[in-house]
Design a protein around this ligand. Structure first.
Ligand code: ADP
Length: 701
């Protein structure tokens, strides 16, 4: 190499070293050309990977740019081959319109991606072109580096802006997106992911805490996700906390493995889709669905129940649509309104059914014209089975759709036959009642009248009875005296005081005596009875010693019993307390009962018993085994002048007053007298006497 060229090299190197950009490097090249050649105007373009840059000396900026652009469209190879120059419209030389004759000097390039070229305004084959070539040859490594650097810078700038765009796009996403390396380092995250997972120095404690929690959750999730990555495909759910307000956020996470050529390890892109609202909506939807399913169930049940009710209502029910077509009806309605197949033969029946149908259809379609929701009307329908007309009450109700339009009508038919009958009956009853009331009023008045009359009669009767008793009491006394005289004279006669009597005379006198005696006893009884009735009986109570009292009584009775060969016994219970009573009257009563017993007993026994009934009563009983008394006579025998059996009475004699007097006397003593009897077996006459006499009770002792 000549010293000149060594100098040139050095100068060129210095020039290039000073250049900080590809334009500067090219300018340095062109300055070298200008210094070493006579060409005044020159243009250079160079670039790497089509990032072409131009520079020029003595050339306008636009022309330089056009040249560089044209160069970029042609590969350096094609330029070097001269293909781009031959008639090619887009030949870079055509871009140099101000050059009279441009000559292109391409560089021999070290790389396919590299282009470097110089164009000078020169005559072709000018010897100085060799210098241009030389300068280019020396400059090519510098230009190559510069172009490479330029391209790299351009690419970096492009990448930067692309990255910024990507970041902006990612940040614009509402979903968190992040890239993590195998060591869980966040390589990249968008704004939303940063909000959730990354803290910065100025953050509040609350936020830091929330973010830490989120990181914890996320790491756990990530560890699990990466473990299961082979088995589970697709997204999984992750719960995080919103650091802004502490609310729960639910995410669906899509882990996406990708191979990071830099770290040579498996990294993951995580896209988190916020499904909080979705989940809430889904849950709401679920609730809605289950509600509507439940509602449907209810509806179905309701409708089943309704069907059951309609079927079992027992009265005709039918549902019709707007055109009065029947949608539904129960058996009772069918019976009235639908002719069955075999009916067609019985034209009368079909006629009845059609008439019913027409009447009801008329009623319902009239109802449709009204705005009212319910209508009641009276119809006369025919029972097709019985061919009988009956009054009916039709009640129709509209069923409205959601717009308030009637969609169906429910009609219920009530048979009013019974009601009409009832109404008639009620009317009849009413008039009967009124009549009855009038009758009752009349009867009541009559009754009141009769009552008053009876009261009057009663008091008259009472007066008469009193007068009768008083009369009898007086008269009996007056009667006894002459009878006693008759008896007296009878005795004198029979004793022969007035001469001897023939047998016949004596017999007549005996009969006379018996009659007189009977009359006397009758009068005595009547006197007694009337005394009692007039309340004139004087009681003289003494303390009764039972043993001597009963013994004395038996002395009278025993011979009477013996006469009829009857057994006679007295049974005295030692517990019988002493009582205070009128001894004479009590004896009279018991004697009457005992003589009756003997009188009406032909076989067996007569017993007198005394025993305590309870603390307050002493019971005396006369028990016989005689003829007994028929139940219907048990009360009658206590009435005055009553004898049950006429023949027996004849046989046994008596006045029929004994029991009447006895019961009255015992009543005056404060006791009771009664009988129990079995016809054919015997009778038991009983007397209950109070232990404390009525007087002593009155004394309060
Ligand atoms: P009489 O003086 O006729 O006996 P009573 O008043 O004593 O009148 O009795 C009335 C009637 O009661 C009697 O005629 C008799 O028919 C009936 N009678 C009374 N005691 C008995 C008895 N122990 N057994 C059956 N009948 C009796």
């Amino acid at each position: 190499m000549s010293p000149q060229s060594v100098d040139a090299m050095e100068r060129v190197r210095q020039r290039y070293a000073a250049a900080s950009s590809l334009t500067d490097t090219l300018t340095a090249l062109l300055e070298e050309v200008a210094d070493t050649t006579p060409f005044e105007r020159s243009v250079a373009a160079a670039g790497f990977d089509r990032h072409l840059v131009g520079a020029g000396v003595g050339v306008a900026g636009e022309e330089i740019a056009a040249f560089a652009r044209a160069m970029a469209r042609n590969s350096s190879q094609s330029v070097a081959d001269g293909r781009g120059m031959e008639g090619h419209e887009e030949s870079p030389l055509t871009a140099l319109g101000s050059f009279r004759s441009p000559v292109l000097v391409p560089a021999v390039t070290p790389s396919e991606d590299f282009v470097a070229v110089v164009a000078v305004e020169a005559q072709p084959h000018h010897p100085a072109l060799a210098k241009v070539r030389e300068a280019l040859r020396i400059g090519t490594p510098f230009i190559f580096r510069s172009a490479e650097l330029h391209a790299l810078r351009a690419r970096v700038a492009g990448l930067d802006s692309q990255r910024r765009r990507t970041d902006r796009a990612l940040d614009a996403l509402p979903d968190p997106v992040l890239v993590m390396d195998a060591d869980s380092r966040i390589l990249l995250s968008n704004r939303r992911a940063g909000e959730l997972l990354i803290t910065s120095p100025g953050d509040s404690r609350g936020r830091r805490h929330a973010v830490e929690t989120n990181n914890l959750f996320f790491s756990a999730f990530r560890a699990r996700a990466l473990l299961e990555v082979d088995q589970v495909v697709g997204p999984r759910e992750l719960l995080l906390v919103d650091p802004a307000d502490g609310s729960d956020l639910l995410f669906e996470v899509f882990p996406l493995p990708f191979h990071d050529p830099e770290s040579l390890a498996e990294s993951y892109i995580f896209v988190l889709r916020d499904i909080t609202d979705l989940k809430v909506a889904a849950r709401e939807l679920e609730v809605q669905v289950s509600r509507s399913v439940a509602a449907e169930h209810r509806m179905r049940r309701e409708s089943q129940r309704l069907n059951v009710i309609i079927e079992n209502a027992g009265i005709p029910i039918l549902v019709t649509d707007r055109a009065t077509n029947v949608l539904l009806m129960n058996r009772e309605a069918e019976r009235l309104l639908e002719a069955s197949q075999p009916d067609s033969r019985h034209s009368l029946r079909v006629h009845d059914i059609r008439e019913n149908d027409a009447k009801l259809a008329g009623f319902i379609s009239e109802f449709l014209l009204h705005s009212r929701l319910r209508r009641e009307g009276h119809l006369t329908l025919v029972d097709p089975d019985e061919a009988r007309e009956f009054p009916a009450l039709a009640v129709s109700t509209k069923i409205l759709d959601e717009r308030g339009e009637p969609t169906a009508m429910v009609t219920i038919l009530h048979d009013l036959t019974q009601e009409v009958e009832n109404r008639h009956l009620a009317q009849e009853l009413q008039s009967l009642n009124t009549e009855l009331e009038a009758r009752v009023v009349a009867a009541t008045a009559e009754l009141a009248q009769r009552n008053a009359q009876l009261m009057r009669q009663r008091s008259e009767l009472e007066r008469a009875s009193r007068m009768k008793s008083e009369f009898l009491a007086t008269m009996s006394h007056e009667l006894r005296t002459p009878i006693n005289a008759v008896l007296g004279y009878n005795s004198l006669l029979r004793e022969g005081l007035f001469g001897k009597l023939s047998e016949k005379q004596d017999d007549a006198l005996l009969r006379m005596r018996r009659a007189a005696e009977h009359l006397l006893s009758l009068i005595n009884d009547i006197l007694d009875l009337s005394r009692v009735e007039a309340g004139k009986v004087q009681l003289t109570p003494v303390e009764i010693e039972w043993k001597p009292f009963l013994d004395t009584l038996s002395e009278t009775v025993r011979p009477m019993a013996a006469l009829k060969s009857l057994e006679y016994a007295v049974e005295l219970d030692p517990r019988v307390p002493k009582i205070s009573a009128d001894e004479t009257r009590l004896r009279q009563v018991l004697l009457n009962l005992l003589s009756n017993a003997v009188k009406f007993t032909d076989r067996g026994s007569v017993r007198l018993q005394a025993k305590p009934s309870d603390d307050r009563w002493v019971r005396l009983e006369v028990v016989d085994t005689g003829i007994g008394i028929e139940p219907q006579n048990l009360d009658v025998i206590f009435e005055e002048f009553t004898q049950v059996d006429q023949s027996a009475t004849r046989e046994h004699g008596g006045t029929g007053l004994g029991l009447a007097i006895s019961r009255r006397l015992i009543g005056v003593m404060g006791g009771k007298l009664g009988v129990i009897s079995t016809p054919g077996s015997g009778s038991t006459f009983w007397v209950d006497l109070p232990v404390a006499s009525p007087t002593s009770e009155a004394d309060g002792r």
